[in-house]
Write a protein that binds this ligand. Structure first.
Ligand code: COA
Length: 485
């Protein structure tokens, strides 16, 4: 049976196993995938910063990690958005594991009240499993960049050629540094970051921009500096006005790949070959600081013709498309529900009274933002029926219902159903009868399968008698089954 759950990144052996699957899934079939390094990601997961939350999720079978999801969201801006990265190693693909991880992401997004999901795809060519998977889920491609690579060490002769072709740099001076920005440049460097955010094309991706301040810059640099050495070259006019910058990240521990990140020349300073001069100066720094890195990666929007020209001059070769995709989710209220069976295979149901009539449903209810599904289920069952001790239950069914009238203030509900085997008991939770009635619960009853078959009223899920028969005949499914209404 496959179960999806968060991993504790402080459990180093488990994190290592998780990371191996993450990397294997991410690099398969790609010549030059750039995957965040083990140390960098481990540090980030174990030492959360104030701006972003990252969760490592695994698909487990027999306590082995088969596949992974990295789920991220920002804490002070972009509050509607989450980012997902699902990676399934090739030997475990096309079994529905990617989809099971995706459902975890949908449920957690709903718990957080977030409705925009973003992802990045490395697409070396068509057909691409990632692109097919994302399309099937309904993601739209909003922005495409070219991912380019040049081997290191950089060819000195080419640099000399480029330097003489670029000619002198009149009216500007360049300043380079490695590591943290010197205090005298912090304000200008922060302003250039803001200009970069405004200038860089991102297609139709939803993005709330937050201006950079010196405080934000120093906090971000201090964090990044733990795992990357930043190489920066900045351009000023002779009068001291900032005109542009370029930035390379050298990973401190994950030695293969370096990243050419931002390059910006402010609009009013374009057309002076400044981009080339900035890159030349920073490559000189790279030659000095490079340790074992064998490749320098960069990304440029297909629409950014001037930068693509500079890239070609510097010998970068396109290796794949980098697609940014986005999906809008309905606002769904997540709930965890227990399929509680006693020793005689009777199932415990609660009766809701709604304006359109009674409905017999499995006990359980809404999951709070900070809870896992099983934690929410345990709390709900204590409150509703008084069931306390049970081992972590198998996940049976997943149901997404987009329709009015299921939860006030929402576009619908997500129900995740879990199997609980228990001795027969008389339901009595911590909620009083009046409190239950306030939630429309008016009765509780154990049902045999024949009782269910003979009953003419409504069940939730609608096909409950059929689903239960299948469960009793065949046992829980390997992976949660997607239900209709
Ligand atoms: C994309 C990826 C996560 C899919 O994982 P998976 O476990 O194979 O996915 P599932 O089995 O749940 O596939 C669900 C559906 O996606 C589509 N799909 C997935 N892989 C596909 C492929 N190679 N070709 C065509 N369609 C594909 C199919 O519609 C599939 O349903 P089906 O098998 O019933 O036809 C996996 O291939 C992967 O890790 N790729 C590299 C990383 C990546 O691109 N991640 C996606 C970004 S978040």
């Amino acid at each position: 049976m496959i179960s999806i759950r968060e991993i504790d990144p402080a459990d180093l052996a488990l994190f290592d196993e998780w990371y191996d699957a993450f990397r294997a899934g991410a690099i398969a079939g790609r010549e030059a995938a750039l995957v965040v390094g083990r140390e960098t990601l481990g540090f980030s997961l174990r030492t959360p910063g104030p701006l972003k939350r990252r969760i490592a999720v695994g698909a487990f079978e027999d306590e082995r990690v088969l596949a992974t999801l990295l789920f991220e969201y920002r804490l002070t801006d972009n509050l509607d958005t989450v980012e997902v990265e699902i990676a399934v190693p090739p030997e475990h693909r096309r079994r529905g594991i990617g989809t099971a991880l995706w459902r975890w992401a949908v449920t957690r997004s709903a718990q957080l009240g977030r409705t925009i999901v973003q992802a990045e795809l490395g697409v070396p060519g068509d057909p691409s499993p990632g692109a097919a998977f994302a399309e099937r889920l309904g993601f739209q491609v909003e922005h495409v960049e070219e991912h380019l690579v040049v081997p290191l060490p950089y060819d000195d002769l080419r640099l000399d050629e480029l330097r003489s072709a670029a000619g002198p740099l009149d009216g500007y001076r360049l300043t380079s540094w490695a590591g943290l920005c010197p205090p005298e440049h912090q304000q200008a460097y922060a302003d250039l970051h803001t200009a970069m955010d405004l200038d860089v094309p991102t297609g139709g991706m939803t993005r709330e921009l937050v201006p950079w301040t010196v405080e934000k810059l120093t906090a971000s640099e201090a964090r990044v500096d733990r795992t990357y050495l930043a190489l920066v070259t900045m351009a000023h006019t002779d009068a001291g006005e900032p005109a542009g910058y370029t930035l390379i990240y050298l990973p401190r521990a994950d030695a293969e790949h370096a990243q050419q990140d931002d390059t910006l020349v402010l609009r009013e300073h374009r057309g002076h070959n400044l981009g080339t001069h900035l890159k030349l100066a920073n490559l000189q720094q790279l030659a000095k600081h490079r340790t074992a890195q064998r490749f320098l990666h960069t990304w440029t929007a297909l629409s950014n013709a001037p930068m693509r020209k500079v890239n070609a001059r510097f010998g970068f070769r396109a290796v794949e498309e980098h697609r940014e995709v986005e999906l809008r989710l309905p606002r769904l209220r997540p709930a965890a529900r227990g399929v509680i069976l006693d020793e005689d295979d009777r199932v415990l149901l609660v009766r809701f009274e709604f304006p359109d009539g009674p409905l017999w449903a499995t006990p359980g209810g809404g999951v709070e933002a900070g809870e896992t599904l099983v934690e929410g289920l345990r709390r709900e069952l204590i409150e509703e029926v008084g069931l306390t001790d049970f081992p972590d239950p198998p996940h049976l069914w997943h149901q997404e219902i987009v329709a009015d009238g299921h939860a006030t203030g929402f576009d619908g509900v997500i129900n995740d159903y879990f199997l609980i085997r228990t001795n027969h008991f008389t339901p009595a939770g911590t909620l009083t009868a009046a409190e239950l009635r306030a939630e429309n619960v008016h009765a509780m009853q154990w049902w045999t399968l024949p009782d269910l078959d003979a009953h003419a009223e409504r069940f939730a899920p609608r096909e409950l008698p059929t689903l239960l028969r299948k469960l009793l005949d065949s046992g829980p499914p390997t992976m949660p089954t997607q239900l209709g209404l």
